[in-house]
Design a protein around this ligand. Structure first.
Ligand SMILES: Nc1ncnc2c1ncn2[C@@H]1O[C@H](COP(=O)(O)OP(=O)(O)OP(=O)(O)O)[C@@H](O)[C@H]1O
Length: 545
């Protein structure tokens, strides 16, 4: 038994050790497993954490996926829209292309048309250019020749002026009267017209004066001579003619007055920018009284109304209330003057069946637009411009009608008419056309009674005119202007700055030699009158046919 018990004990011991070893191994294994478990727990925790993270990431991913899906949907719809737009654009582009092609074709067509037009235009322009060049060269030649002609003209003008001043024409009078000393006398004048010379030739002498008139000079053209010597013929034309027919040249016998009117309006029309207004007054000096032949009575009938000459503050001679009428053409002028000439005093004498018994003075006043600076606007130099209280009509000598005065549109030429603004218009220049009554010897003309009285007044006024010219030519201190109404009225012309042309009408007949000598003497006096710079007296004798 102890041996067997010992063996069992050893066995059990061994067995216990074995089991112990096994338990130990198991415990170690458990520790190991626990360690592993812990590790695994750790890993699990780690994985859990990772899983958490992953699920968070997955959630975010899902969200992103959703978002992306949404975006994709949006993109798809946008894409679809875009596709539609692209389709539309493609369609539009197609249409645009086709319309562009059409347009291009049109443009090409138009371009071709334009091109051909441009070519035509360029060719035309070239032709024009060539024409312009040709005209320019022609104009250059013309300018050059105009310059040369102007220079030549100026030279000729100067020469002509010098010659004109030096050369005069001469009238030689030889008169052998039984019982009287032999007369052999020469008279020098600017120009002498023979019986055959036409009215046109006489007017050529007058014509330049009208240019002077428009340049602002006062001009006076006066016909002087014995009765029947051709004064009225020279100034107006023949008595027997009907109303003048225009143009004046078509009636060759018309005198200075119609020709001057025509030339005046022609010159005015040549320069419309300065276009002065033209007004006319018609006055006669009859039996040493002044009559306004344009004045009308209360029934608007024209009659001669007596007027007086006044001296203005500036020393000018004016006829207050003198009637002026505006005229705008030669026709108006001639109609007016012709009508008034019928009122002129006439009387048959032995020398002349239609003798004028008065001095006729037609005044043409040119006025320009009102100017603030004009002397007329600064001060009127007319003292009194009132109508006489009781105008006295002329004593009738020809059975003509006379009645009380009635003023129409009238003004004094010195004061000038008022313009539309109420300002005085400025007198530019005055043209006086004077047809004097003829000097006559009562014995020769055979007049008596009222006609003799007229003759006496005519001769006295002509003598007064000759006295004035004598005083002026001798430069006497006193010039007797007031000795007659005629000289008083013409004072500004005779002693002033007007260009004066005296036409002497003289008869070549022996029986009128005394009167002819007297007229030539008058002309010589007139030539000797030297006044201001405007003019020297020019005298041109004329003999009737
Ligand atoms: N150069 C001329 N050519 C043709 N006829 C003329 C010429 N000169 C004058 N006569 C004529 O002589 C006549 C007298 O002329 P006009 O009436 O002109 O004279 P006057 O000098 O005016 O006379 P008065 O002073 O008496 O009025 C008229 O019939 C006129 O036609």
């Amino acid at each position: 038994m102890p041996a067997r018990g010992g063996r069992w004990a050893g066995f059990w011991e061994q067995r216990a050790r074995q089991l112990q070893r096994q338990v130990q191994a198991k415990e170690e294994r458990i520790v190991e497993l626990e360690t592993e478990n812990a590790i695994l727990h750790l890993k699990l925790a780690e994985y859990q954490e990772m899983t958490g993270k992953s699920s968070h990431a997955a959630t975010r991913f899902c969200l992103l996926c959703d978002e992306q899906e949404g975006l994709q949907r949006g993109t798809r719809s946008s894409l679809a829209q875009l596709c539609r737009v692209i389709q539309k654009v493609k369609q539009d582009r197609k249409e645009l292309r086709s319309s562009s092609l059409d347009l291009l074709r049109d443009c090409q067509g138009q371009q071709q048309d334009c091109g051909s037009e441009i070519v035509t235009a360029v060719q035309g322009a070239q032709r024009h250019h060539e024409a312009v060049l040709a005209w320019q060269s022609k104009a250059g030649c013309l300018e050059q020749s105009l310059r040369e002609t102007t220079e030549r003209y100026q030279l000729e003008k100067q020469k002509r002026k010098q010659l004109h001043n030096r050369l005069v024409e001469t009238v030689l009078v030889r008169w052998d009267r039984p019982g009287h000393p032999w007369i052999n006398k020469t008279y020098n004048f600017e120009r002498v017209y023979g019986p055959a010379e036409s009215q046109r030739v006489v007017f050529e002498e007058v014509c330049p004066l009208l240019t002077s008139l428009l340049d602002g000079y006062n001009v006076c053209i006066m016909a002087y001579g014995q009765t029947g010597s051709g004064k009225s013929y020279t100034m107006m034309g023949p008595h027997s003619r009907k109303e003048p027919v225009l143009p004046v040249e078509s009636q060759g016998d018309l005198g200075i007055i119609p020709r001057a009117a025509e030339e005046l309006f022609r010159l005015i029309s040549e320069n419309p920018s300065r276009s002065p207004k033209v007004a006319v007054s018609v006055v006669e000096v009859y039996n040493n009284d002044i009559f306004d032949l344009l004045a009308k009575d209360s029934c608007a009938v024209t009659s001669g109304v007596k007027r007086e000459v006044l001296t203005t503050k500036a020393g000018k001679k004016e006829i207050p209330s003198l009637t002026y009428e505006s005229v705008h053409s030669t026709e108006e002028f001639l109609t007016l003057v012709d009508g008034r000439l019928r009122l002129r005093a006439k009387h048959a004498t032995l020398v002349h069946a239609d003798s004028s018994r008065s001095h006729l003075i037609i005044t043409v006043t040119l006025t320009t637009a009102p100017s603030w600076d004009s002397p007329a606007n600064r001060q009127s130099d007319v003292s009194v411009l009132k109508e006489p209280d009781c105008p006295s009509p002329r004593q009738p000598a020809t059975g003509r009608r006379h009645s009380a005065a009635h003023r129409t549109s009238s003004w004094s030429p010195g004061a000038a008419p008022e313009g539309p603004t109420g300002h005085m218009e400025q007198v530019h220049a005055k043209l006086q056309l004077v047809d004097l009554a003829g000097s006559e010897c009562a014995g020769v003309s055979g007049v008596t009674g009222a006609a003799l009285r007229e003759t006496s007044f005519i001769n006295r006024s002509l003598a007064a005119l000759a006295d004035v010219l004598g005083a002026l030519s001798e430069r006497r201190g006193h010039v007797p202007y007031r000795n007659s109404k005629l000289t008083h009225l013409l004072q500004d012309v005779l002693g002033g700055d007007a260009k004066l042309l005296v036409i002497l009408c003289v008869s070549p007949c022996r029986k009128h030699a005394a009167e002819t000598l007297q007229s030539l003497g008058f002309g010589t006096r007139a030539r000797q009158v030297q006044r201001g710079p405007a003019r020297a007296g020019r005298v041109a004798p004329r003999t009737p046919r």
